[in-house]
Design a protein around this ligand. Structure first.
Ligand code: SF4
Ligand code: SF4
Length: 289
């Protein structure tokens, strides 16, 4: 099992990047809808164009389909050889934090890296010669603040979507009718490959999730995400507010849970674990499967 090294904000590490671009090759970079806007702005194209040209699974992951490096690993779609990142000012949180990871446990933020050896030493051993920075200093240099706020707001939006899927199941009479079809589908979606879940959700709701029509509030991630949340909830109300049959309610609950799980993956969370967590809560409220 992979060891995780947990860090305090004061820990000093060889966090001065040698800019060799090692981590821009063969990596996985997940993004949220606000980060998609930031990337598109840097590229001077629309979020939809950026999504269609450079992302996978409806926009939640950057493509790594560029040139191959000395290790045979393909570069990020935004990497330019002999130059570096073409969207440096708009790069997402995952790139700003690398090689650190971030998670929230019981309301507290923790930073860490994978393994017991500092990850940069493998591909960029020269970093050990550069000035060491504390974790806090590194976060400041990388200007992570706004991007961390966006990430946290999207975690709340994700929970709001899951709550809506619960309402469609629990508060409409669907669960009371003896429905046993909805929870197995929540589980199935938690285990589904991202391309399958993308297809299941369909273009309209993938677009509602990843390229919301928001042209103001772009520099303020909190306002942006809250506006996105309002937009999604009003679309849900418009589309599913007057559903009559249990079959339609079931389909709506599955769709909205699917959107929540897809966003979860884009936020770096594990959809399988989340689906199980939400299924347990539903069962505690008497839902059957
Ligand atoms: S692996 Fe570390 S030192 Fe090398 S380019 Fe990436 S962040 Fe910089
Ligand atoms: S967005 Fe930029 S920093 Fe991030 S992986 Fe791609 S090229 Fe590297």
């Amino acid at each position: 099992m992979m060891v995780t090294t947990k860090l305090s904000i004061q820990d000093k590490l060889p966090l001065t990047c040698s800019r060799r671009g090692t981590c821009c090759h063969g990596n996985v970079v997940m993004i949220n809808p606000w980060e998609l806007v930031c990337l598109a702005k840097e590229k001077k194209i629309s979020p939809k164009e950026f999504r269609d040209l450079y992302c996978e699974f409806g926009g939640i992951r950057l493509r790594f389909d560029g040139e191959v490096d000395w290790r045979g690993k393909q570069s990020c779609s935004q990497y330019i050889g002999d130059f570096g990142c073409s969207v440096h000012l708009g790069r997402p949180l995952a790139c700003r934090l690398f090689p650190l990871g971030r998670e929230i446990q019981r309301g507290e933020v923790h930073y860490m890296y994978q393994g017991d050896e500092f990850p940069c030493l493998k591909g960029c051993s020269e970093v050990s010669e550069f000035p060491h920075l504390s974790v806090g200093e590194y976060l400041n240099v990388q200007v992570t603040d706004k991007f961390e706020k966006a990430q946290d707001e999207y975690l709340e939006l994700m929970q709001n979507l899951a709550d809506t899927a619960f309402v469609l199941l629990l508060d409409t009479g669907l669960a009371e009718s003896g429905d046993k079809e909805t929870l197995p589908l929540w589980r199935k979606m938690g285990n589904e490959l991202p391309e399958i879940l993308t297809n299941r959700i369909g273009q309209e709701w993938i677009d509602n999730l990843m390229i919301p029509e928001i042209s103001d509030n772009i520099d303020d991630p909190i306002s942006f995400v809250r506006k996105h949340d309002d937009l999604l909830q009003s679309k849900i109300q418009e589309r599913f507010g007057a559903l009559q049959t249990n079959q339609k309610l079931h389909e709506a609950s599955v769709l909205i849970m699917g959107v929540a799980l897809h966003l979860a993956r884009g936020l770096g969370a594990n959809p399988e674990i989340l689906a199980e967590h939400w299924i347990d809560i539903a069962k505690n409220h008497g839902v059957m499967e």
